[in-house]
Design a protein around this ligand. Sequence first.
Ligand code: HXC
Ligand code: NAP
Length: 293
Amino acid sequence: MDTSTGMLREDALKGRTIVVTGGGTGLGRSMATYFLRLGASVCITSRKLDVLERTAKELEAETGGTVLPVACDVRSHLDVDRLVATAVERFGTVDALLNNAAGNFISPTERLSPKAFETIIGIVLQGTVNCTLAFGKHWIAKGETGKAVLNITTTYAWTGSCYVVPSACAKAGVLALTRSLAVEWARYGIRHNAIAPGPFPTKGAWDRLLPGEMMERFSFAKRVPLGRVGTHQELADLAAYLISPYSGFINGEVVTIDGGEWLKGAGQFNMLDQIEPGMWDAIERQVRGVRGS
Ligand code: HXC
Ligand code: NAP
C-alpha cells in the first residue's frame, strides 16, 4: 500500500487555521504542508523571516493554500503576543496551535554554561508556555471553543537522556504542561495532546545530534526494532488527526511514534535479540536442565 500521500480525507481540515511554530523547516514544514493539503490555512513562525517567506511561497505554490509567515522568537512573550494579534487579524480566528519549535544539541552536561541550559529551556519549555498561554487566554477571553493544542515532545521526556539534558528537562516540562492543561482547560473547549517522535530525518536535528561521522557510527535506524527511521508523512498523518476535530475525544494523550525505539532500550531482556535464532534449542535445554536449585 502506498502510504506516502496521506491518510485523512481531503477536506479534513477545511476552513481551519493552524499556527505552526518552527514551521519553516523540518518536521514543522512537513506537518504544515499536510495541513494545507487537507484544506487548512497555516501561519508558520520562527526567528528567520527569510526562511519563513521562502517556505510560505513554496507551500502556497505546492498546495494552493494560504500561508502567513510571521517572525517570532517564542522565548519572547511580546513577540508571541504580536503573533496572536497578526494571525487573528489575518484569519479572524485561530483553531489550533502546534508547538513544534525547538533547540537542541549534544554535549556532556558538565561542559554546559547556565546560558546554554537557559537557551534550550527558553525555546522548548518557556516558548511552548508562551504560545499556549497567549492563544489560550485569547480563546478563553473570546469564549471560542473547539480548539486544539498539539505539543511535540520526545520519548526521553520520561526516560531522560544523557548528553541532551537541557532538552530532556524541557520536553518533560512540555509533557507535564500537556497533561495538566488537558484537564484544566477542557472546560473552555481546549484539548491538549502531544506527540513523542523517535528519529525522523531533518537537517536541524541530524546536524546537531549526530554530526559528521557520528551518524555512520551510531545510526538511528539501528536502534529501532522496525529497522528504519520515520517518514515525515507518518508524523504528519498523526499530527493532522490529533489537531483535527476527528480526535475530539482524545485529550491529555501523548502518542509515541518511534518504531518501538524507546521500549527496546527499556525492556530488561531486550538484549537477547542478539542471540542467533539457531541457539535457542541449546539455551532451552540448558534452562530446562535446571532442577531444584
Ligand atoms: C555547548 C553550546 C553549544 C554546544 C551552543 N552552546 N551550542 N554549549 N555545546 N554545542 C551555548 C552557547 O555557548 C551559549 O552559551 C548558549 O548555548 C546559547 O547559544 P547561542 O548560539 O547564543 O544560542 P542561539 O543563537 O539562540 O541558538 C540556539 C541553539 C541553536 C539551540 C544553540 O542550535 C539553534 O538555533 N537551534 C534551533 C534548531 C534546533 O536546534 N533544531 C534541532 C531540534 S531537534 P554561553 O554561556 O557561551 O553564552 C530535537 C530532536 C530531539 O529537539 C530528539 C531527536 C531524536
Ligand atoms: P528543526 O528543523 O531544526 O526545527 C526546529 C524549528 O524551531 C526551526 O524551524 C527553528 O527555526 C525553530 N526555532 C528554534 N528556536 C526558535 C525560537 N526561539 N523561536 C521560534 N522558533 C524557533 O528540527 P526538527 O527535527 O524538524 O524538529 C521539530 C520538532 O520535532 C522539535 O520539537 C523537535 O524537538 C522534535 N523532534 C524531532 C525529532 C527528529 O528526529 N527530527 C525527534 C523527536 C522530536 P528558526 O531557527 O528560524 O528560529
